[in-house]
Design a protein around this ligand. Structure first.
Ligand code: GAF
Length: 428
């Protein structure tokens, strides 16, 4: 994650590329994190969610490997946050999949998984070298894994000349995470990172995999609230929650909890033990909140939108039991701070980040008040980050900033800043 005062991730990736491979990259991949406004633990229940891709981003500076087109090349990546590089010899292992093939450990497994799925779907891949720099904190509920998966997919697609379709690439990255890395997550994260639209949240229907952009009112800011606690999804109770939801659906006689409403839940309550009932109630009410939130945002009714966030936090805390003392304390601190419409934990839970919708004109008062409130409650420091909703994963040609004079293009957030021209105090 970016330390205050360090250069932007884009520039760090370019510098790390030169240090690791020599010379300049030919292209840059930008791959965003996501924040989920509402619709938590609904994706694997065929349900609805409302995420946004945000301007906490991973950048990859890349170049095709010399003379490594087609068979026999490799994908070689270094990362500023990983002690060991990731290397995938081409063609990647497991194409066709063989019993007993094991994923590489750590981050290399995600790189390998994406290469395996791409090769299975599209045939031979060309080799490339890349340096990864990221402002997306790991294990914080902001989808650092999906951001990496989509970045690798975009790098491979660019170098090999594969077509880029956000939804198919999201599915492919999701397959890599589920079947190669072995993390049985839903499709929310990959669809959000790949399909982001500047200035919009995305209304995602996880049953038919449709995505509908919902404009965010200009006067409101999404604020990410990092508790500075971390979890690992593979070892968390995520799988238990999936099993509890599947059990609830089975006992209620529906294909997935998406198909249950409050009426059916009340009728079938006698079949469910109290824990299974509570899990089902969260999912059923959360799907409703997603639709209500989309309607509130479209109507510009921020009081209603905020109320839904806060109600959603109570549901995920009390019925779904994936919050933590720190996440609860952060939500309380946000709700007590000036300009806050509503707040909730975001992502898989157990640790990581909450988010709030905040009146943009009151951010200056909101940010220090949350920090102080959270510290008073937990003794911990935190990171409070106002974010913009940005476009999904994309590749751009590398232009050395020393050779480029202003004016440049608008950035992905469309907010008037220009990508990569903030050199963080560094001069060419
Ligand atoms: C994690 C998972 F990866 C998503 O698929 C989703 O289930 C989320 O937790 C909870 O909404 O981010």
């Amino acid at each position: 994650m970016r330390q205050s005062g360090s250069p932007p991730a884009r520039d760090r990736a370019v510098a790390d590329f030169a240090a690791a491979f020599g010379g300049r990259p030919t292209a840059l991949v930008r791959s965003p994190a996501r924040v989920n406004l509402i619709g938590e633990h609904t994706d694997y229940n065929d349900g609805l969610c409302l995420p946004a891709a945000i301007d906490l981003e991973m950048w990859v500076a890349l170049r095709p490997s010399p003379g490594a087109a087609g068979r026999g090349g490799a994908i070689e990546l270094v990362s500023e946050t990983e002690p060991a590089p990731a290397r995938v010899d081409l063609p990647p292992p497991g194409t066709p999949p063989r019993a007993g093939t094991r994923p590489a450990p750590g981050w290399a497994g995600y790189v390998e998984g994406v290469a395996v799925m791409l090769a299975a779907a599209h045939g031979d891949l060309d080799g490339w070298q890349g340096a990864v720099a990221s402002d997306v904190p790991k294990g914080a509920g902001l989808s650092s894994s999906a951001s990496l998966e989509l970045a690798v997919a975009a790098g491979c697609a660019h170098v090999t000349g594969l077509p880029w379709d956000a939804r198919s690439m999201a599915r492919l990255a999701h397959r890599a995470e589920n079947t190669w890395v072995g993390a049985a997550t839903g499709l929310l994260d990959q669809l959000a990172c790949a399909g982001g639209v500047a200035g919009h949240a995305l209304l995602v229907d996880c049953r038919d995999e449709t995505v509908e952009p919902v404009a965010l009112p200009e006067e409101v800011a999404i604020v990410v609230l990092d508790t500075s606690t971390r979890r690992r999804i593979v070892t968390s109770a995520y799988a238990d929650r999936r099993a509890e939801c599947a059990r609830a659906a089975r006992l209620l006689g529906v294909p997935a909890l998406r198909d249950a409403g409050l009426g059916l839940l009340a009728e079938g309550a006698w079949r469910l033990d109290p824990v299974t009932y509570a899990r089902a109630r969260h999912v059923v009410t959360e799907n409703r909140r997603v639709l209500d939130m989309a309607a509130a945002l479209r109507a510009g009714d921020l009081a209603a939108a905020g109320g839904l966030l806060t109600e959603g936090h109570r549901s995920i805390r009390d019925d779904f039991a994936v919050s933590s003392l720190e996440l609860d304390a952060m939500v309380e601190a946000a709700l007590a701070a000036p300009g806050c419409y509503g707040a909730r934990m975001t992502g898989g839970g157990f640790a990581g980040c909450a988010m709030a919708l905040v009146e943009r004109s009151r951010l200056d008062a909101f940010v220090p008040a949350v920090r102080e409130g959270y510290r008073a409650a937990t003794g911990r420091s935190s990171c409070v980050l106002p974010c913009s909703a940005v476009a999904g994963t994309a590749v751009e040609p590398f232009r050395d900033l020393c050779e480029v004079g202003p004016p440049g293009p608008q950035n992905s957030a469309g907010d008037g800043r220009r990508d990569g021209l903030d050199l963080g105090g560094h001069r060419c």
